[in-house]
Design a protein around this ligand. Structure first.
Ligand code: PLP
Length: 405
């Protein structure tokens, strides 16, 4: 038989958090090594349990949910999402504006497939959660990265965004709270981003999956609120991170703004939703339970809570390593430290991560995997408990000692 090759569509598509670095980690595991995987934000392996009510709901609905449902999602889940945003001041949100998907991941791809024509430019932060860049490329678009400024708390550089807008620019992606940097944007920044979209007639795509994972005095501001009724805004969130059920695959996108101008687009989105029938039905039933009632996430993000204490500890320990600096994350589950190139002259950050993996049996992700243009960052997941984190960062420090110029 002839060689079977991947399609040309995949030419520019990358997703490094599970790429060659993970293959190498799995190879080492097969050799019998124990690898500490700090490459993905997966809560379950680190002893986080989902709220009991969510698990009970999932279990209860296993037997009764064998059938397909509405491809946009079951009514109770969509109502719960609509009401959630209403309670946040988005009073015009209705059940019709919500699509439920197999996690935010599926929806990012669907939304872009329905939206992007060949050569359309989509503004995406650098660093980004790399699914955005990969999904834009896969849809035939051109990802255009705007710079987030490390020296300014990783805030998006609004002037850089303006300078990159062309007549082909169609949308602006906002990731807030940000993965990988942990930045949580002030109202001024969110307003500034949305105003750029307003001035240039861009659709806003706001990935807010970490909206409930914010620390200290950080407050999350929904882009949709600033987008109002004149900027089309797609808001993404889900249960994976705040409710610790990434494996259930439950997420949503909520459409707000001038929906009457987007009817054609929304028909396309519904077509794609129809073509994949529906998302995991038992998991959809847990959405209403998750969004209503007691929010156990609140215990994890305050001092004494694991999300809070671990991320603070990790950021402090990283900053204690000579030549390493880490802007203190204000949200999400990651540290994104910088390795001073004068101290650590790294040319290939993926090779650096693989060296670290082989030497210290710890898997982190290289900064270029998040479309960061210089080989001087890596991302560390802060989900292990404090003892494991301390041990892991100690091993990283020992490894860095051997790499100093
Ligand atoms: N968006 C961001 C910013 C993420 O970090 C992740 C997962 O890490 C996702 C989306 C995907 O989440 P889901 O599990 O809902 O597909």
């Amino acid at each position: 038989m002839r060689q079977i090759r991947q399609s040309l569509k995949l030419k520019d598509v990358r997703y490094d958090v599970r790429g060659p670095i993970l293959v190498e980690a799995q190879r080492l595991e097969a050799e019998g090594h124990k690898i500490l995987k700090l490459n993905i934000g997966n809560t379950a392996p680190f002893g986080f349990e989902a709220p009991e009510a969510i698990v009970a709901d999932m279990t209860r609905h296993l037997s009764g949910s064998q059938g397909y449902v509405d491809s946009k999602g079951i009514y109770s889940a969509r109502t719960a999402v609509a009401q959630y945003y209403q309670s946040k001041g988005l009073k015009d949100t209705t059940v019709e504006d919500v699509y439920i998907g197999n996690g935010v991941s599926e929806l990012i791809s669907m939304v872009l497939q329905a939206f992007v024509d060949d050569g359309n430019e989509i503004l995406i932060p650098a660093p980004d959660y790399p699914l955005w860049t990969g999904a834009v490329s896969l849809a035939g678009g051109t990802p255009v990265h705007y710079r987030c400024d490390e020296s300014n708390g990783w805030n998006p550089d609004l002037a850089d965004i303006e300078s990159k807008i062309t007549e082909n620019t169609h949308a602006l992606v906002i990731i807030n709270p940000n993965n990988p940097t942990g930045a949580v944007y002030s109202p001024q920044i969110v307003r500034g981003l949305v105003d750029i979209a307003r001035r240039h007639d861009l659709v806003v795509m706001a990935d807010e999956i970490y909206e409930k994972i914010i620390f200290d005095d950080a407050v999350h501001h929904h882009a949709a609120k600033y987008a109002g009724d004149d900027v089309l805004c797609l808001t993404f969130s889900g249960l994976s991170k705040a409710y610790r059920v990434c494996g259930y695959r439950a997420g949503w996108v909520m459409i707000s703004g001038p929906k009457h101008l987007a009817q054609d687009y929304l028909e396309g989105l519904t077509l794609l939703a129809n073509m994949r029938m529906c998302s995991n039905v038992p998991a959809q039933h847990t959405i209403q339970t998750a969004l209503g009632g007691y929010q156990s996430i609140d215990e994890l993000i305050v001092p004494g809570g694991r999300y809070h204490d671990q991320i603070k500890l990790a950021s402090r320990l990283l900053n204690e390593i000579p030549g390493v600096s880490c802007v203190e994350p204000r949200g999400a589950l990651y540290c994104f430290p910088r390795l001073d190139p004068e101290v650590y002259p790294i040319e290939d950050d993926e090779a650096f991560v693989i060296d670290l993996l082989r030497a210290k049996k710890i898997l982190v992700t290289h900064g270029s995997g998040f479309n960061w243009p210089e080989p001087d960052h890596f991302r560390l997941v802060t989900l292990p408990d404090e003892d494991v984190l301390t041990e892991a960062i100690g091993r990283i420090a020992d490894f860095l000692e051997t790499k100093r110029s």
